[in-house]
Design a protein around this ligand. Structure first.
Ligand SMILES: Nc1nc2c(ncn2[C@@H]2O[C@H](COP(=O)(O)OP(=O)(O)OP(=O)(O)O)[C@@H](O)[C@H]2O)c(=O)[nH]1
Length: 218
């Protein structure tokens, strides 16, 4: 995938000072092959879903996006990795300087969920200790083929102390919310690290996930 132009995607009503808007946060999409990493990024970047035959990602590529969080720009460099086992050693090399990881499974694939523990073990081995991790149960639109209950995802996320939500790259449910959640966390961490002591003027804001229950989908 080629790098694309930066663009703004979402705004929140709040203001913050002391955040360096030039910071570029490396964010990586990981998870088994076919869980929807590329589709999630295309939905976030271009607001569309391309149905049809599945073509596995080969290697790695990135897209730059700017997310507005509390009136400040948070720049993300989002890397889409290949989920296939044979590319795993290439992917590991990218973990090291990642500040955030979006770890996906497919709610219609039990094995992709069962593999999440192995992914988390790899992440803890290769990534920085303070990497922001978001666990995403993708393909939430495919409720008739659901193989993983939402509360199983929630329970696993609680066990590992990470944020969880279900998404659909097809309908767009929670796609922007997922990236906004990561961006807010990255911004908050950067502010804590870069300016002490500092005056913080931040109005509380709340990110609400959209209901991903099957009733909401056609
Ligand atoms: N119904 C539905 N289909 C999806 C969704 N996300 C992805 N798909 C389909 O699932 C298949 C795999 O999606 P990809 O985005 O290529 O998966 P990937 O994780 O990038 O796969 P690798 O590149 O091999 O790692 C494609 O046929 C997509 O159209 C979703 O949210 N809902």
């Amino acid at each position: 995938m080629e790098a694309t132009d930066t663009e703004n995607v979402q705004a929140d009503a709040a203001s913050t000072v002391f955040y360096d808007e030039e910071l570029l946060h490396k964010t990586i999409l990981v998870g088994d092959s076919g869980v929807g990493k590329t589709s999630l990024l295309v939905q976030f970047d271009q607001g569309k879903f391309i149905p049809g035959s599945f073509s596995a990602t080969v290697g790695i590529g990135f897209t730059n996006k700017t997310v507005m969080v509390d009136n400040v720009k948070v720049k993300l460099q989002i890397w889409d990795t290949a989920g296939q086992e044979r590319f795993r050693s290439v992917t590991h090399a990218y973990y090291r300087d990642a500040q955030a990881l979006l770890l996906l499974y497919d709610i219609t694939s039990r094995s992709s969920f069962d593999n999440i523990r192995a992914w988390l073990t790899e992440i803890h081995e290769y990534a920085q200790n303070d990497v922001v991790i978001l666990l995403l149960g993708n393909k939430a639109d495919m409720c008739s083929r659901r193989a993983v209950k939402q509360d199983e995802g929630e329970k696993l996320a609680r066990e590992y102390g990470v944020t969880f939500m279900e998404t659909s790259a097809k309908t767009g449910v929670n796609v922007d919310v997922a990236f906004l959640t990561v961006s807010r966390e990255l911004k908050n961490r950067a502010m804590q690290q870069h300016s002490e002591p500092r005056l913080l003027i931040e109005h509380p804001s709340h990110t609400q996930t959209q209901q991903s229950s099957c009733c909401g989908f056609t």
